[in-house]
Design a protein around this ligand. Structure first.
Ligand code: ADP
Ligand code: MG
Length: 451
């Protein structure tokens, strides 16, 4: 028989009760022997297994739908861009076409996240050391986390290697950190730790895709509001959010789950209301890479130039800004093309480079760039595109004088590298121009294929 014991302090323990009646020599009933076994561990494993199975079937369903939507949206976006290329800005329907482009881009972004959850997304994994990457992210956090939250990093003494896609790993940590931040509106502690752990049979029983062995555990903990048990069961469901509209999408944890699964790992949640939450990720430990890539931040040169960053998505804006500031740049920001033009009018002489999102409401990246060229024919710009941009669009952009293109989501080092490359190249060009005193044609444009 299974039942719950209520302890004096009010907390409940599930137990399995075994009872045997005891009789005396004459066979008269005297009472019973009972043993109660604490089965909380068993119950927890059972719940985790159920959760894993639920997410598995949800993933298959969502993956199938997202796949079809992905194809349809690619076509819608493609046709919209085709029409935009043929239309004039003065046309009455021009703005409507832009709206179609912006909205289908948004929908495509959501679909991309769903594909990540269902593990249908693409991933570029390689052997890498975890700590340099975390340190890099750690530096950015200082700028993204309010001052009333204390950020601590406790990294294991030894360097730990895993097989991973660095961009996805960055996204995973960011999603967890943002959740931790949101859980501590009054401030608190945010802790990121790593450890080498051995997982045994019983742990792996709850996570069907894990084999016993050596793993890297990456934990993100907060001292925030915590997650009530009934909600805990749903936090990995796509679109489940307790945040007000506009603040949460409910895709953060599903994406974390999908990525970690895709890396042969597992996610565990521990939370207590009013105390805080710990999310633990497990990745299979691998041999250290033969050739240790030196932490890329040391390699990528920064600078002190002023950059105008134009991006309508607040989280991307926040991240890119933090990254660029980290590399020493002065950053001005604008949330749309109209704002960007106003800022450029005021600060054009200081701005060395503009980073423009291709698809934005009001005035898209291309139109904004054209407008900026009108103000300053020598304007340098990198365009950032969030979705499979068509070949013809890329060519069109490069021919119009854009210095480079980055694919979103970008990895911070790669963005910094692209920025430096364009800035250095334009310095050489300026010098050349000064020497020859006549305008040389633009050099071949770099295309940064960052995914
Ligand atoms: N660290 C945390 N502390 C408290 N609640 C959390 C934490 N992380 C996630 N949650 C809960 O899980 C829900 C889903 O999280 P997520 O998938 O990232 O979507 P979103 O953050 O957009 O709501 C959140 O709305 C919140 O209720
Ligand atoms: Mg979130």
């Amino acid at each position: 028989m299974e039942l719950e014991l209520v302890c004096r302090d009010g907390h409940r323990i599930p137990v399995r009760l075994n009872m045997v009646g005891v009789r005396d020599r004459q066979g008269a009933y005297q009472g019973y022997w009972a043993t109660a076994r604490d089965i909380s561990a068993e119950k927890r494993l059972e719940a985790q297994l159920l959760q894993a199975q639920k997410l598995e079937s949800l993933g298959t369903l969502v993956g199938g739908i997202a796949h079809d939507f992905n194809n349809m949206l690619t076509a819608i976006l493609g046709y919209a861009q085709l029409l935009l290329g043929q239309a004039n800005q003065e046309d009455r329907f021009y703005e409507h076409l832009q709206q179609i482009e912006v909205l289908s881009q948004r929908a495509a972004d959501v679909v991309q996240q769903l594909l990540t959850f269902s593990r249908e997304g693409t991933s570029r994994q390689r052997r890498l050391l975890l700590h340099p990457l975390l340190k890099e992210i750690g530096k950015l956090l200082q700028r993204m986390i309010p001052e009333n939250i204390e950020v601590e990093m406790h990294l294991a003494a030894e360097d730990l290697a895993i097989e991973a896609d660095p961009t996805q790993l960055q996204q995973v940590v960011m999603n967890l950190v943002v959740n931790a931040r949101d859980a501590m509106p009054e401030g608190g502690q945010l802790r990121i730790e790593t450890a080498r752990v051995k997982l045994d049979e019983s742990f792996c029983r709850a996570h069907p895709n894990l084999r016993p062995g050596d793993y890297v555990r990456l934990r993100v903990s907060d001292t925030g509001v915590g997650i009530p048990p009934d909600i805990q069961r749903r936090i990995f469901d796509p679109f489940f959010t307790t945040k007000e509209a506009g603040k949460g999408t409910g895709l953060g944890l599903p994406v974390v789950y999908g990525i970690v699964k895709n890396h042969g790992g597992a996610v565990e949640v521990e939370s207590e209301v009013g105390r805080g939450t710990t999310i633990a990720l497990y990745f299979p430990l691998v041999e250290k890479p033969a050739e240790v890539e030196r932490a890329s931040s040391a390699e990528v040169k920064g600078g002190s130039e002023t950059i105008l960053l134009v991006e309508d998505e607040p989280t991307v804006l926040e991240l890119a800004r933090a990254a660029l500031e980290h590399y020493g740049y002065q950053v001005l920001t604008a949330q749309n093309g109209v704002e960007a033009i106003a800022t450029y009018r005021d600060h054009g002489s200081e701005i060395a480079l503009v980073i423009l999102d291709v698809v934005m409401p009001k005035l898209g990246g291309r139109e904004t760039f054209r407008e900026l060229q009108r103000i300053d024919p020598g304007v340098k710009a990198i365009l950032a595109s969030g979705y499979d941009t068509s070949e013809s669009l890329v060519n069109e952009l490069l021919q119009s004088g854009v210095c480079g293109l980055v694919r979103k989501p970008y990895q911070i080092q790669e963005l910094a590298q692209a920025v430096r490359q364009v800035l250095d190249q334009s310095m050489v060009e300026d010098r050349k121009e000064a020497l020859t005193k006549n305008k040389t044609p633009h050099p071949p444009h770099p295309f940064f294929g960052l995914i």
